[in-house]
Design a protein around this ligand. Structure first.
Ligand SMILES: C[S@@+](CC[C@H](N)C(=O)[O-])C[C@H]1O[C@@H](n2cnc3c(N)ncnc32)[C@H](O)[C@@H]1O
Length: 264
Protein backbone atom coordinates (compact mmCIF):
# COMPACT_ATOMS: atom_id res chain seq x y z
CA UNK A 1 0.00 0.00 0.00
CA UNK A 2 1.38 3.42 -0.83
CA UNK A 3 0.05 4.99 2.35
CA UNK A 4 2.59 5.57 5.06
CA UNK A 5 2.07 3.82 8.38
CA UNK A 6 1.25 7.19 9.91
CA UNK A 7 -1.46 7.92 7.33
CA UNK A 8 -2.91 4.46 7.79
CA UNK A 9 -2.93 4.81 11.58
CA UNK A 10 -4.67 8.18 11.30
CA UNK A 11 -7.32 6.72 9.02
CA UNK A 12 -7.88 3.63 11.22
CA UNK A 13 -8.06 5.69 14.35
CA UNK A 14 -10.60 8.01 12.68
CA UNK A 15 -12.70 5.01 11.62
CA UNK A 16 -12.77 3.51 15.08
CA UNK A 17 -13.79 6.87 16.61
CA UNK A 18 -16.54 7.24 14.01
CA UNK A 19 -17.88 3.72 14.63
CA UNK A 20 -17.14 3.17 18.30
CA UNK A 21 -20.67 3.81 19.60
CA UNK A 22 -22.27 1.51 17.00
CA UNK A 23 -19.76 -1.23 17.75
CA UNK A 24 -20.10 -1.04 21.53
CA UNK A 25 -23.89 -1.01 21.26
CA UNK A 26 -23.81 -4.02 18.94
CA UNK A 27 -21.51 -6.03 21.19
CA UNK A 28 -23.47 -5.17 24.33
CA UNK A 29 -26.77 -6.13 22.72
CA UNK A 30 -25.77 -9.20 20.76
CA UNK A 31 -22.82 -10.64 22.63
CA UNK A 32 -22.41 -9.56 26.26
CA UNK A 33 -26.11 -9.76 26.98
CA UNK A 34 -26.05 -13.46 26.07
CA UNK A 35 -22.81 -14.24 27.84
CA UNK A 36 -23.30 -16.95 30.48
CA UNK A 37 -19.66 -17.75 31.14
CA UNK A 38 -17.55 -16.64 34.09
CA UNK A 39 -15.37 -13.53 33.88
CA UNK A 40 -15.03 -11.74 30.60
CA UNK A 41 -15.37 -13.44 27.22
CA UNK A 42 -12.16 -14.00 25.27
CA UNK A 43 -11.86 -12.47 21.80
CA UNK A 44 -9.55 -12.58 18.80
CA UNK A 45 -9.20 -9.55 16.51
CA UNK A 46 -8.30 -10.89 13.04
CA UNK A 47 -6.35 -8.35 10.95
CA UNK A 48 -6.05 -6.16 14.04
CA UNK A 49 -3.58 -3.65 12.54
CA UNK A 50 -2.00 -1.49 15.25
CA UNK A 51 -4.80 -2.38 17.67
CA UNK A 52 -7.20 0.58 17.71
CA UNK A 53 -10.27 -1.65 17.89
CA UNK A 54 -8.63 -3.87 20.52
CA UNK A 55 -8.07 -0.74 22.56
CA UNK A 56 -11.71 0.19 22.22
CA UNK A 57 -12.96 -3.24 23.31
CA UNK A 58 -10.33 -4.11 25.92
CA UNK A 59 -12.64 -3.19 28.80
CA UNK A 60 -15.26 -5.70 27.57
CA UNK A 61 -13.16 -8.68 26.40
CA UNK A 62 -9.83 -10.38 27.04
CA UNK A 63 -8.65 -9.67 23.54
CA UNK A 64 -5.70 -10.87 21.45
CA UNK A 65 -4.96 -10.10 17.82
CA UNK A 66 -3.31 -11.41 14.68
CA UNK A 67 -2.10 -9.49 11.64
CA UNK A 68 -0.06 -10.39 8.58
CA UNK A 69 1.89 -7.14 8.56
CA UNK A 70 4.98 -7.21 10.83
CA UNK A 71 4.99 -3.40 11.11
CA UNK A 72 1.39 -3.36 12.38
CA UNK A 73 2.18 -6.26 14.73
CA UNK A 74 5.19 -4.42 16.18
CA UNK A 75 3.18 -1.21 16.61
CA UNK A 76 0.30 -3.06 18.30
CA UNK A 77 2.72 -4.84 20.65
CA UNK A 78 4.39 -1.53 21.43
CA UNK A 79 0.95 -0.30 22.45
CA UNK A 80 0.71 -3.19 24.92
CA UNK A 81 -1.39 -5.77 23.05
CA UNK A 82 -0.84 -9.50 22.62
CA UNK A 83 -0.58 -9.90 18.85
CA UNK A 84 0.76 -12.72 16.66
CA UNK A 85 1.96 -12.37 13.10
CA UNK A 86 -0.25 -14.69 11.05
CA UNK A 87 -2.36 -15.01 7.91
CA UNK A 88 -6.12 -14.84 8.44
CA UNK A 89 -6.56 -17.60 5.84
CA UNK A 90 -4.89 -20.03 8.22
CA UNK A 91 -5.30 -19.02 11.85
CA UNK A 92 -2.66 -20.49 14.20
CA UNK A 93 -5.21 -21.58 16.82
CA UNK A 94 -7.08 -24.78 17.62
CA UNK A 95 -10.82 -25.11 17.02
CA UNK A 96 -13.02 -23.26 19.54
CA UNK A 97 -10.17 -21.25 21.03
CA UNK A 98 -12.01 -17.95 21.68
CA UNK A 99 -15.54 -16.99 22.71
CA UNK A 100 -15.73 -14.38 19.96
CA UNK A 101 -13.74 -13.83 16.77
CA UNK A 102 -14.16 -10.50 15.07
CA UNK A 103 -12.68 -8.40 12.29
CA UNK A 104 -13.06 -4.90 10.93
CA UNK A 105 -12.00 -3.49 7.56
CA UNK A 106 -10.21 -6.76 6.82
CA UNK A 107 -12.29 -8.73 4.33
CA UNK A 108 -11.96 -6.11 1.61
CA UNK A 109 -8.19 -6.74 1.56
CA UNK A 110 -7.97 -10.54 1.71
CA UNK A 111 -7.68 -12.93 -1.27
CA UNK A 112 -10.46 -15.24 -0.13
CA UNK A 113 -12.97 -13.69 2.31
CA UNK A 114 -14.97 -16.95 2.57
CA UNK A 115 -11.85 -18.87 3.60
CA UNK A 116 -11.02 -16.24 6.23
CA UNK A 117 -14.56 -16.35 7.58
CA UNK A 118 -14.52 -20.15 7.73
CA UNK A 119 -11.26 -19.98 9.71
CA UNK A 120 -12.84 -17.44 12.05
CA UNK A 121 -15.81 -19.79 12.47
CA UNK A 122 -13.56 -22.75 13.21
CA UNK A 123 -11.64 -20.92 15.93
CA UNK A 124 -14.74 -19.37 17.53
CA UNK A 125 -16.65 -21.02 20.39
CA UNK A 126 -19.70 -18.81 20.03
CA UNK A 127 -19.69 -15.58 18.01
CA UNK A 128 -18.25 -14.54 14.64
CA UNK A 129 -18.57 -10.79 14.18
CA UNK A 130 -17.61 -8.63 11.26
CA UNK A 131 -17.79 -5.17 12.83
CA UNK A 132 -17.53 -3.23 9.58
CA UNK A 133 -16.60 -3.62 5.93
CA UNK A 134 -17.14 -0.87 3.37
CA UNK A 135 -19.46 -0.66 0.41
CA UNK A 136 -18.20 2.38 -1.42
CA UNK A 137 -20.64 1.82 -4.26
CA UNK A 138 -23.49 2.61 -1.88
CA UNK A 139 -22.17 6.05 -1.05
CA UNK A 140 -24.34 9.09 -1.79
CA UNK A 141 -22.65 12.39 -2.58
CA UNK A 142 -24.35 15.72 -2.96
CA UNK A 143 -24.23 18.26 -4.59
CA UNK A 144 -23.28 17.27 -8.11
CA UNK A 145 -19.76 18.68 -7.86
CA UNK A 146 -18.99 15.99 -5.31
CA UNK A 147 -20.25 13.01 -7.27
CA UNK A 148 -16.79 12.00 -8.37
CA UNK A 149 -15.61 11.45 -4.79
CA UNK A 150 -17.34 8.09 -4.53
CA UNK A 151 -15.82 6.94 -7.81
CA UNK A 152 -12.39 8.14 -6.73
CA UNK A 153 -12.64 6.27 -3.45
CA UNK A 154 -13.87 3.12 -5.18
CA UNK A 155 -11.12 3.19 -7.80
CA UNK A 156 -8.57 3.97 -5.10
CA UNK A 157 -9.39 0.80 -3.14
CA UNK A 158 -9.55 -1.29 -6.32
CA UNK A 159 -6.19 0.12 -7.42
CA UNK A 160 -4.71 -1.08 -4.12
CA UNK A 161 -6.02 -4.60 -4.73
CA UNK A 162 -9.04 -4.32 -2.40
CA UNK A 163 -12.71 -4.98 -3.01
CA UNK A 164 -14.61 -1.71 -2.49
CA UNK A 165 -17.97 -3.49 -2.71
CA UNK A 166 -17.31 -6.24 -0.15
CA UNK A 167 -19.99 -4.86 2.19
CA UNK A 168 -22.88 -5.99 -0.01
CA UNK A 169 -21.38 -9.49 -0.24
CA UNK A 170 -21.13 -10.13 3.51
CA UNK A 171 -24.48 -11.83 3.81
CA UNK A 172 -23.69 -14.38 1.11
CA UNK A 173 -20.18 -14.94 2.43
CA UNK A 174 -21.52 -15.67 5.93
CA UNK A 175 -24.18 -17.97 4.50
CA UNK A 176 -21.59 -19.83 2.42
CA UNK A 177 -19.79 -20.57 5.70
CA UNK A 178 -22.94 -22.08 7.18
CA UNK A 179 -23.64 -19.08 9.43
CA UNK A 180 -26.95 -17.28 9.83
CA UNK A 181 -26.01 -13.64 9.44
CA UNK A 182 -27.67 -10.57 10.86
CA UNK A 183 -26.54 -7.68 8.68
CA UNK A 184 -26.89 -3.96 9.39
CA UNK A 185 -25.60 -0.64 8.11
CA UNK A 186 -23.57 1.89 10.07
CA UNK A 187 -24.88 5.28 8.96
CA UNK A 188 -22.46 8.16 8.55
CA UNK A 189 -23.27 11.67 7.40
CA UNK A 190 -20.37 13.88 6.47
CA UNK A 191 -20.45 17.66 6.37
CA UNK A 192 -17.87 19.69 4.58
CA UNK A 193 -15.33 19.76 7.42
CA UNK A 194 -15.18 16.01 7.71
CA UNK A 195 -15.05 15.59 3.93
CA UNK A 196 -12.17 17.99 3.72
CA UNK A 197 -10.30 16.31 6.53
CA UNK A 198 -10.57 12.87 4.92
CA UNK A 199 -10.19 13.89 1.34
CA UNK A 200 -7.16 16.07 1.38
CA UNK A 201 -4.79 13.49 2.81
CA UNK A 202 -6.06 10.81 0.47
CA UNK A 203 -5.93 13.12 -2.52
CA UNK A 204 -2.29 12.79 -3.34
CA UNK A 205 -2.55 9.01 -3.60
CA UNK A 206 -5.76 9.06 -5.55
CA UNK A 207 -4.81 11.61 -8.19
CA UNK A 208 -2.92 9.15 -10.40
CA UNK A 209 -5.74 6.63 -10.27
CA UNK A 210 -8.17 9.19 -11.54
CA UNK A 211 -5.81 10.46 -14.17
CA UNK A 212 -5.07 7.07 -15.61
CA UNK A 213 -8.69 6.21 -15.58
CA UNK A 214 -9.92 9.36 -17.26
CA UNK A 215 -7.24 10.50 -19.63
CA UNK A 216 -4.32 8.11 -19.55
CA UNK A 217 -2.03 10.99 -18.69
CA UNK A 218 -0.46 9.11 -15.82
CA UNK A 219 3.00 10.61 -16.03
CA UNK A 220 1.79 14.14 -16.07
CA UNK A 221 -0.24 13.47 -12.98
CA UNK A 222 2.65 11.78 -11.19
CA UNK A 223 4.70 14.91 -11.77
CA UNK A 224 1.90 17.11 -10.46
CA UNK A 225 1.51 14.76 -7.54
CA UNK A 226 5.18 15.12 -6.59
CA UNK A 227 4.98 18.92 -6.77
CA UNK A 228 1.77 18.90 -4.74
CA UNK A 229 3.29 16.60 -2.12
CA UNK A 230 6.18 19.02 -1.68
CA UNK A 231 3.80 21.96 -1.43
CA UNK A 232 1.82 20.13 1.26
CA UNK A 233 4.98 19.37 3.18
CA UNK A 234 5.64 23.15 3.16
CA UNK A 235 2.09 23.84 4.35
CA UNK A 236 1.23 25.41 0.97
CA UNK A 237 -2.29 24.18 0.32
CA UNK A 238 -2.94 26.58 -2.54
CA UNK A 239 0.28 25.51 -4.25
CA UNK A 240 -0.73 21.86 -3.96
CA UNK A 241 -4.13 22.49 -5.44
CA UNK A 242 -2.79 24.49 -8.34
CA UNK A 243 -0.23 21.75 -9.09
CA UNK A 244 -3.00 19.21 -9.21
CA UNK A 245 -5.20 21.53 -11.24
CA UNK A 246 -2.45 21.57 -13.83
CA UNK A 247 -2.78 17.84 -14.26
CA UNK A 248 -5.61 16.12 -16.06
CA UNK A 249 -7.55 15.01 -13.04
CA UNK A 250 -10.32 17.41 -13.99
CA UNK A 251 -13.34 15.61 -12.67
CA UNK A 252 -11.94 14.84 -9.25
CA UNK A 253 -10.31 18.22 -8.96
CA UNK A 254 -13.63 19.89 -9.53
CA UNK A 255 -14.88 18.09 -6.44
CA UNK A 256 -11.78 18.90 -4.46
CA UNK A 257 -11.82 22.55 -5.43
CA UNK A 258 -15.45 22.73 -4.47
CA UNK A 259 -14.64 21.39 -1.01
CA UNK A 260 -11.87 23.91 -0.56
CA UNK A 261 -14.15 26.74 -1.65
CA UNK A 262 -16.86 25.76 0.76
CA UNK A 263 -14.49 25.40 3.64
CA UNK A 264 -12.58 28.64 3.11
C1 LIG B 1 -7.57 -1.55 7.04
S1 LIG B 1 -6.59 -2.42 8.20
C2 LIG B 1 -7.77 -2.65 9.53
C3 LIG B 1 -7.11 -2.79 10.86
C4 LIG B 1 -8.08 -2.97 12.05
N1 LIG B 1 -8.91 -4.14 11.87
C5 LIG B 1 -8.95 -1.75 12.23
O1 LIG B 1 -10.15 -1.77 11.90
O2 LIG B 1 -8.41 -0.73 12.73
C6 LIG B 1 -6.49 -4.01 7.50
C7 LIG B 1 -5.52 -4.89 8.26
O3 LIG B 1 -5.67 -6.22 7.77
C8 LIG B 1 -4.40 -6.80 7.69
N2 LIG B 1 -4.46 -7.93 6.74
C9 LIG B 1 -4.65 -7.88 5.41
N3 LIG B 1 -4.63 -9.13 4.88
C10 LIG B 1 -4.44 -9.97 5.93
C11 LIG B 1 -4.35 -11.38 6.04
N4 LIG B 1 -4.43 -12.18 4.97
N5 LIG B 1 -4.13 -11.92 7.25
C12 LIG B 1 -4.04 -11.12 8.36
N6 LIG B 1 -4.12 -9.77 8.32
C13 LIG B 1 -4.32 -9.21 7.12
C14 LIG B 1 -3.51 -5.67 7.24
O4 LIG B 1 -2.14 -5.93 7.50
C15 LIG B 1 -4.08 -4.50 8.04
O5 LIG B 1 -3.42 -4.35 9.28
Amino acid sequence: MPWSTKDMDTQLSRQSVWLRESWIWLLEQRVLRNWNGRGRPTALDVGCGPGFVMELLAHMFDVQGIDIDPVAVAEGRRRGFEIREADAHSLPFKDNSFDMIYCSFLLLWVDDPAKVLSEMTRVSRQWVVCLAEPDLGARIDFPEELLSLGRIAEEGVRGEGGDPLVGRKLRSIFQACGLEPEVGVHPGVWGIDKLREGTFEAWIDLAPVLTEWESGAFEKSAEAEAIAAEAIADGDTDGAVSALMGSDTALGLEAYEFILELSS
